[in-house]
Design a binder for this molecule. Structure first.
Ligand SMILES: [Zn+2]
Length: 397
């Protein structure tokens, strides 16, 4: 932490004294990593020398992501940082002596903050949450979590209250990834409704799971050849890797099914994912199916599909070392781990799990009560547009 502060200080001071210039830009929709290199006249070799997994990963840069470029006096790019997923960032650096560029993946430095938001609802929960926190994703998640229990258009009256206990990753003063709501309460017409998160799912106070977003298995597979990770240290390659989906190995031609009801918003070739289908579901979710051999008949953009519908067939198109389905899940455009979402039925907690759950309920209810008695709401996050997020200016490995 101290080191990162020191380096940020160094970068800012060099920024202030004119030796270098730090530029922050937003990643445009449809832009590829190769486009980026071309645009900045950087060697395309940086991309071509990456291994298959890392090439695939570059397809995961989210449109709108803020990335940073550090230039020297002559306009040469000295460093680039492009966040990818919630834990890693592409780092390009230029060796001062040889002028050669190097690329690697570095961890993103972030803080995880536990926050409590308490509000008197004045306009609508969505509007008021955004107004208080500037956190659209938090507002979204809150509305979605009560989707089946409260009609926010009808049931909310002026003077109703809400409390949200949540966790948010913060990178340089900005929200990183999706917030996680641990517990929340909304009071409407004197009745309090509670939701608690337990092992990645939402339950009511009795330990009954609330209708969430459940996916079915997208294909029959022989094995899982790669799991989801935001950041993993590879002990042999000695570097960080990420895999923002699950790879299901299966023979070529195995049918691939829509994991949930939704609309096909993409069916075509997409970078490292080859023949790829993306389906948009309710609640800000999307699923991605990559490396398909071909699409099922009638599957095209705009088509509505039911859960279980065959949409394509396993193949090895794009960047793939063998036939498999790359299956990705996104919430509000951020990749999330599909594992806990693929399941068969709703659950009711019993036995030991129930006892543990009820102890959380007690703890959160106490926190909610304290928040209700307080007047203050949390401060909005500040933003720091001109800081560069590096933990190592030059990498040693
Ligand atoms: Zn994959």
């Amino acid at each position: 932490m101290l080191r990162s502060v020191l380096i940020i200080f160094l970068i800012i001071s060099s920024y202030l004294f004119g030796a270098t210039k730090l530029v922050e830009q937003k990643w445009q929709k449809g832009k590829t990593f190769l486009n980026f290199l071309e645009e900045h006249k950087m060697p395309l070799k940086l991309y071509y020398d990456l291994d298959t997994g890392d090439k695939e990963l570059t397809s995961e840069i989210i449109a709108g992501t803020r990335y940073q470029i550090l230039q020297n006096d002559n306009g040469d790019i000295e460093q680039v940082l492009i966040p990818i997923g919630e834990e890693l960032q592409i780092h390009i650096s230029r060796d001062k002596d040889s002028g050669k560029y190097f690329i690697n993946l570095l961890p993103i430095i972030y803080e995880t903050k536990d926050k409590i938001l308490k509000l008197d609802i004045k306009t609508s929960p969505y509007y008021d949450i955004v107004k208080a926190t500037s956190n659209h994703l938090l507002a979204n998640e809150f509305i979605q979590s009560y989707r089946n229990s409260i009609n926010f258009k009808k049931d909310i009256r002026k003077g109703d209250k809400l409390v949200i206990i949540y966790r948010q990753k913060i990178r340089l003063g900005r929200q990183l990834g999706n917030p996680i709501i641990e517990a929340s309460m909304v009071e409407t017409g004197g009745v309090k409704h509670y939701i608690y998160r337990y092992k990645g799912r939402y339950y009511n106070e009795k330990g009954k799971e609330l209708e969430g977003f459940f996916l079915s298995q997208p294909c029959r597979y022989t094995r899982i050849s790669d799991r989801f990770s935001y950041k993993r240290w590879h002990p042999i390659l000695h570097r960080y890797r990420a895999h923002l989906g699950i790879d299901f190995s299966a023979p070529v031609g195995t049918p691939v099914h829509a994991a949930g009801d939704g609309r096909v918003i993409f069916a075509g070739r997409r970078g490292g994912y080859g023949n790829c289908i993306i389906i948009r579901h309710v609640g800000g979710y999307k699923t991605l199916y990559g490396h398909l051999r071909r699409f099922a008949r009638g599957i095209r953009r705009g088509k509505y599909v039911k859960k279980g519908k065959t949409i394509g067939y396993v193949g090895s198109t794009g960047l793939s070392t063998g036939p498999h389905l790359h299956f990705g899940l996104y919430k509000n455009n951020h990749a999330i781990n599909p594992t806990s979402t693929i399941k068969v039925a709703k659950s009711i907690l019993r036995g030991k799990a129930k006892r543990e759950f009820l102890s959380y309920v007690k703890k959160y209810n106490d926190e909610i009560q304290v928040a209700l008695n307080e007047k203050a709401t949390p401060k909005k996050e500040e933003t720091f547009a001109f800081y560069m997020d590096v933990n190592r200016v030059k990498t040693s490995n």
